[in-house]
Design a protein around this ligand. Sequence first.
Ligand SMILES: [Zn+2]
Length: 203
Amino acid sequence: MIFYVMSRLKSLFNEKGFYELDFIGKISMGELYRCPECDTPIAIKPTLPPFNIKLKGKNFGDLCAGVCYEFLVSKRFAALWKESGLMGLEILDYPVNIKKTGKFKNIDTPEYIMVRPDVTLTHLNEKESGLIIKDSAGCNKCKLSTRKKVERLRIDESTWDGQDIFYLSGLYGVLVVTEKFVEFVEKHQFTNFVLVHQDDYNE
Ligand SMILES: [Zn+2]
């Protein structure tokens, strides 16, 4: 399987001015995701409803990203996702309350749905990805570490459960998708997805 990195940051700070997601008011967080073997946190806490947000930008894309693990997708994306047979995205069926401020006050806002990718214990093939570890924090199950360098993305497929979108435990904070996910985005021309081929990814 060919994998891609979905860059939430590049979508958040996009050049085309697509709307970005910002939570407002009191935010409820869930429990930390932890490795079942060594108890090390493998991801930040999930954001829980109510989803009170504001949007900043100029154009409505099919994706509105923020700094949280969750993100907003258009109603069209959510509907087609449900029919797609792809796996790894939880559709959070709670209202998204969008506060409109300033000059955007009178703009009609399309309906958005909050989604959360799976947090998994999938990790890298460390040798093939050229991972240089700074400090190891986890165990063999989660492979959690801080990194000096990653030359490319190579998933250890024996640790992958077949999701088409997921956070890795062995590459903290990085969101990975399959080529099937990329085909889905291209086929329906969803906007504001920045997808980096596994050979072109490095940090
Ligand atoms: Zn662990």
